[in-house]
Design a protein. Structure first.
Length: 226
């Protein structure tokens, strides 16, 4: 793994699930021609690997071992579709499931897992710059990021976005069930003792409720371009 380049500029984009972070961060990285770190995919990747190995989510020591043993690599298809490989197996679709998200959220509360993933995340800091997407990019992983953005949206709107996404994929879910899951995950991510989800003091907050993707991308780019 390459060493991080501390002179490379970082834009940290944090926020709760469903705030549009992934879509916005990817688009902003594309526009700037910068690297992109999907830190949630690392936690999800460990969650998926734990499932493959029948590891109990209530066994922190086994989960820490699993974190060290799991290789997670990002690549694009020739058509530009992002793919995630776990131990050389393409797990892109499995990574996006609610099961993987719930496992990631449980695993993300273990301090040793978080510290095991710290350097892997920092290694993405390379020239010409990095857009880092997650929960603690601006607070823990890149506290010296040049720009910090915290994206929010109402829980109802986040549930609705997720509902449309899943229904579009033919997955059968209810809006009510998704809203409950989102509220539970928010509470778990915000109340855990290590790296809880909260905006960095110097983050620019952008509420995306009722705002289209292009407009949010433009607002984030305006933060970077001043
Ligand atoms: O962004 P996401 O939904 O892919 O993240 C999945 C889970 O991983 C989320 O519930 C919290 C955790 N996570 C984290 O604790 N820190 C990060 N930087 C990214 C994700």
């Amino acid at each position: 793994m390459p060493l991080s380049d501390p002179s490379a500029p970082v834009l940290a984009i944090d926020g709760p699930s469903g705030s549009g972070k992934g879509t916005i961060s990817r688009a902003v990285a594309g526009q700037l021609g910068w690297h992109y770190l999907d830190s949630g995919a690392l936690y999800r990747g460990v969650g998926v690997a734990a499932g493959w190995n029948d590891i109990d989510l209530a066994d922190p020591a086994a989960l820490v071992r699993c974190t060290f043993d799991t290789r997670i690599a990002f690549s694009d298809t020739p058509g530009g579709e992002p793919r995630v490989l776990i131990n050389d197996v393409d797990a892109t679709d499995e990574l996006r499931t609610e099961t993987a998200g719930a496992a990631a959220s449980a695993i993300a509360a273990i301090p040793e897992v978080r510290s095991a993933l710290k350097e892997r995340q920092r290694a993405f800091r390379q020239q010409p710059g990095l857009v880092a997407d997650g929960r603690d990019m601006g607070t823990v992983i890149f506290p010296d990021a040049r720009w910090k953005v915290f994206l929010t949206a109402s829980a109802e709107e986040r549930a609705e976005r997720r509902y449309k996404q899943l229904i579009g994929k033919g997955v059968s879910v209810t809006l009510d069930g998704l809203l409950r899951e989102i509220l539970a995950r928010d509470a778990r991510d915000a109340n855990r003792p290590v790296a809880p989800l909260r905006p960095a003091d110097d983050a620019v907050r952008i509420d995306t409720t009722g705002v289209g993707i292009d407009e949010v991308v433009a607002r984030v780019l305006a933060v970077v371009r001043g």
